[in-house]
Design a protein around this ligand. Structure first.
Ligand code: BGP
Length: 486
């Protein structure tokens, strides 16, 4: 008897939990399309062009407010989930998804952002999607905002710099939590909230004026989002105590390029930039180093005792994150080629990289999970991970994406090691861009992540037909065996 109990225990500790949430992740702005349907208003993501100007616009240094430019495709139509959701959800169900991550387009619910009443047609669209998911026993995991802000809130109010946006966001949350209570239990407040420091137009609708102190503006906007996030947790728990509400950060370790103490220190500073966000969302207060930084910057957040209590009393239920790569940093200008995207770093000589220069580092995922759990002791959820690649269908229309399978196998093994050998409580795993969608960094279709190929190119040509890639069958098997057979 004693032995049977011991065997059972080791069986349980040696595999992923039975209710592990396997699935895939998307975002409205990159997937949904239907940008001008059912009364949806214009959003920052609609006026972020692809091509050479994209970076400038995303970082808030080139204001664009109208659509008089053909460069805006393909974000506007994306891959048209708006009209294909039934077909897509059936494919996710075929793979065995337990969970599907998606986001709400804020301007579909409040077209300008500051209205008193929501747009019923927009609510109905998401209700239909949730019903369809329910039919297939798939839990929605909903990101309230994923790089998404109504354009009117930017032009009239200045984006998240303005604390009025907290009120508008609260209204959005109240509507979503109440209306979708029968369908949605899993929520994320802001996608990659730390991205605000790197891509402030995408992350917070920020545009900078000549001579404006950008650092101050970014941290102020971040503070407003952090307060809004705490409100979301509070409102979400009041509406339904069963709700599980998480924060979401762009994670990935910063490695010192060398053992030079200056490099080690720099890596720690970079790490702290990200941890500051989770500290507020999970522990309810800014870390001491952030308070000192604000002092040096001359930034007064004007925090009231009520706001302090709001943050303290409403920590998130779990910590979710995206993980694609680790970064290597150095203080030495001659340390090597600069690589990476929003987070720039030095090329890591020990790692291969994707076609976009993102270092492939499966063990880094396990390190990241350990670091996060050591610091916060909250359950984790991996809500983005995957390999962006230029997939080309063969003569039979099949994408033989063995490279993607290999990337995912190695990352899932590292994830399992973190759970099974390090004891990390992990709620689930949603592979990014489970169906091909528009890339956030390039605005193009040709950087693909999916298990499902979508016939659409960077110029907007293509039938939008969905085709299963080789990785589709592989992921189906992974889910069916609860990750035993990678
Ligand atoms: C994250 C975003 C996603 C997604 C992903 C992949 O930063 O949350 O929206 O796009 O990165 O990045 P990319 O599309 O640039 O390859």
């Amino acid at each position: 008897m004693q032995k049977r109990v011991a065997d059972k225990e080791s069986e349980e500790t040696m595999s992923l939990p039975k209710d592990f949430l396997w699935g895939g992740a998307t975002a409205a702005n990159q997937y949904e399309g239907g940008w001008n349907e059912c009364g949806r208003g214009l959003a920052n993501v609609d006026v972020t062009p692809w091509g050479p100007d994209r970076r400038k616009v995303m970082s808030g240094t080139a204001g664009v407010h109208s659509l008089d430019d053909s460069h805006f495709y393909p974000g506007l139509e994306a891959v048209d989930f708006y009209h294909h959701y039934k077909e897509d959800i059936a494919l996710f169900a075929e793979m065995g998804f337990k969970v599907f991550r998606m986001s709400i387009a804020w301007s579909r619910i409040f077209p300008k952002g500051d209205e008193e009443e929501p747009n019923e047609e927009g609510l109905r669209f998401y209700e239909d999607v949730f019903r369809e998911l329910k039919k297939h026993n798939i839990e929605p995991l909903v990101t309230i905002t994923h790089f998404d802000c109504p354009m009117y809130l930017i032009t009239e109010y200045g984006g998240w710099k303005n604390p009025k946006l907290i009120e508008f966001y609260k209204r959005l949350c109240q509507v979503l939590f109440t209306r979708f209570r029968p369908y949605v239990k899993w929520w994320l407040t802001f996608n990659e909230i730390n991205m605000i420091l790197h891509l402030p137009f995408m992350g917070a609708g920020l545009e900078f004026e000549e001579g404006e102190d950008r650092e101050k503006a970014k941290y102020l906007a971040a503070h407003n989002e952090l307060l809004a996030s705490a409100w979301a947790v509070k409102i979400g728990h009041e509406v339904n105590p069963e709700n599980m509400i998480g924060c979401m950060v762009a994670a990935g370790e910063f490695y010192p390029y060398s053992p030079m103490p200056e490099d080690v220190f720099l890596a720690q500073q970079k790490e702290r930039e990200n941890l500051m966000f989770i500290d507020v969302q999970a522990r309810g207060e800014y870390p001491a180093y952030a308070k000192k930084l604000f002092e040096r910057m001359g930034l007064d957040l004007g925090m009231t005792p009520e706001q302090e209590a709001l943050l303290k009393d409403n920590p998130v239920d779990f910590i979710s994150f995206s993980y694609y790569t680790s970064r290597c940093v150095s203080t030495r200008p001659d340390a090597g080629e600069q690589v990476g995207n929003a987070f720039k770093g030095v090329k890591n000589p020990y790692l291969k990289a994707s076609d976009w220069g993102w270092a492939i580092d499966p063990l880094g995922l396990r390190t990241t999970m350990n670091s996060l759990y050591d610091r916060y002791q909250k359950p984790l959820f991996i809500v983005e991970n995957g390999l962006g690649a230029k997939d080309v269908p063969d003569a039979d229309g099949r994408v033989q994406d063995d490279y993607r399978i290999e990337y995912l196998q190695r990352h899932l093994q590292a994830m399992k090691d973190a759970v099974e050998l390090d004891g990390i409580p992990l709620l689930g795993y949603t592979a990014w861009g489970c169906i091909d969608l528009v890339s956030a960094s390039t605005g193009e279709m040709s950087k693909r992540y999916g298990f499902i190929y979508v016939d659409r190119d960077d110029q907007g040509h293509g039938t939008l037909k969905r085709l299963k890639k080789k990785s589709f069958d592989w992921y189906k098997k992974v889910i069916a065996t609860n990750g035993e057979d990678l």
